[in-house]
Design a protein around this ligand. Structure first.
Ligand SMILES: Cc1ncc(COP(=O)(O)O)c(C=O)c1O
Length: 411
């Protein structure tokens, strides 16, 4: 290894590109063409989405799955199916994509932020308990990066306070908690098939459940309020057309055939990388919990303790990027610091509650620390590569660590 950092003109550790995303081939083309030639392009008369729903449900130990247009609408429909009423409260983490909280607002309910655990990056059950009020009706835990949340603790809290649990599993296709598929543990699960996700059709989402009544409610809401056995022009509840399309169903069917192998590869590489990086002072990979039987590694998360490492996060990430490792600092601010929340810019939603809401007062210290100082991510496609790819990543970290003194002057 040439010891001069690439940032200062040395050779890069990694010059080759890492594995790309999405992965596709002739099978996808054939499946897509088959759907095209069938002339049945919508969910109501095609076979692709129905087949996918059945396979996806069974893969996640669920009886029911309802394919919808994205992983935001799936959360909103789940909240509506759970009967959440205007201005009731739903507990969410602040370290997540916008949709986990805005789906709550779109259901005309109030998102209440509870803090995450510093080591797992997942909702901390103690913080959930502290956030409960008489208005709390649901919790949306996110299986952040694909590592299942402490579902036992969350279900115990939910039982005690009679709350609905909707697992946001947008990152967690194929992940398992105590050997049970995520999305089957709470009352409902919600997945996304947006472009970056571990299973993708460009856009798309799905709701999973083992509860017949909730499944029926979701089916109705995603299909203009129609009911099983009802007429086409017979609409029962507030709803719309949120159905997943057949072309997406076709791609998802062909992509699903790859998911098992890809998930195994990501999990093996993720664990290998975490072990190797564990030798570097100041680098802490997302702590794997004992209940995680499979991590889907939508992201490889780690924390940087700047003092222990001897350089700032910004300098380390810059140096790693220069070595050819695509790395990011992740969410830069907690969700509640988004202008949307600071300004209560909820449009027509929450007309009364928003007058009293002051998100500037929310404080989730662990999330703030991760966003401002410590958090960093590698994306899932990197973990689809070989062990040599992982070794290159480790080599780059080691090189940056060895040269930390040269970085210490950088902000
Ligand atoms: C945790 C989480 N929840 C929900 C979503 C929303 O999914 P979609 O983009 O399909 O609406 C995403 C990502 O996009 C996500 O990362």
């Amino acid at each position: 290894m040439n010891d001069t950092l690439a940032l200062f003109g040395g050779n890069k550790v990694r010059t080759q590109a890492f594995a790309g995303w999405p992965v596709f081939g002739e099978e996808d083309e054939q499946r897509l063409m088959r759907a095209l030639r069938s002339g049945r392009w919508g969910k109501l008369n095609g076979a692709e989405v129905a087949e996918f729903e059945a396979s996806f449900a069974s893969l996640h130990d669920c009886k029911h799955a309802i394919g919808v247009v994205n992983g935001t609408v799936s959360l909103r429909i789940a909240l509506m199916a759970a009967g959440i009423q205007a201005e009731e409260e739903v507990i969410v983490p602040p370290y997540t994509f916008l949709a986990t909280a805005t789906a709550v607002v779109e259901a005309n309910a109030v998102p209440v932020f509870a803090d995450i655990d510093l080591e797992t990056f997942n909702l901390d059950p103690k913080s959930i308990e502290a956030a409960i009020t008489p208005k709390t009706r649901a919790i949306i835990p996110v299986h952040m990066a694909g590592q299942p949340v402490d579902m036992d603790a969350i279900l115990a809290i939910a039982k005690k306070h009679n709350l609905t649990v909707i697992e946001d599993a947008a990152h967690a296709h194929g992940a398992r908690y105590k050997n049970r598929g995520v999305g089957s543990i709470g009352h409902m699960g919600s997945f996304s098939f947006q472009s970056s996700k571990n299973l993708t059709s460009g856009e798309g989402g799905i709701i999973t459940t083992n509860d017949e009544k909730l499944a029926e409610a979701c089916r109705s809401i995603h299909n203009c309020g129609r009911i099983t056995g009802g007429l086409w022009y017979e609409h029962h509840v507030m709803s719309a057309n949120y159905r997943l399309g057949e072309f997406q169903g076709a791609i998802l069917n062909s992509q699903l055939a790859r998911l098992e192998d890809q998930t195994k590869t990501r999990d093996a590489n993720g664990q290998y990388l975490a072990t190797q990086l564990g030798h570097i002072p100041g680098i802490y990979s997302q702590r794997r919990t004992a209940e995680t039987t499979r991590h889907s590694y939508h992201l490889f998360l780690f924390r940087i303790e700047e003092k222990q490492f001897g350089a700032t996060r910004a300098a380390i990430l810059k140096a790693l990027a220069a070595e050819g490792i695509p790395v990011s600092g992740g969410y830069a601010i907690p969700l509640y610091r988004q202008p949307l929340f600071l300004n209560n810019a909820f449009g027509p939603y929450l007309p009364n509650a928003s007058k009293a809401l002051d998100f500037a007062k929310v404080s989730c210290p662990n999330c703030e620390k991760i966003c401002a100082e410590q958090g960093a991510w590698l994306e899932q496609s990197l973990l689809l590569g070989t062990q040599k790819d992982m070794d290159d990543i480790v080599l780059a970290f080691e090189k940056v660590y060895l040269n930390r003194n040269l970085l210490s002057a950088m902000p």
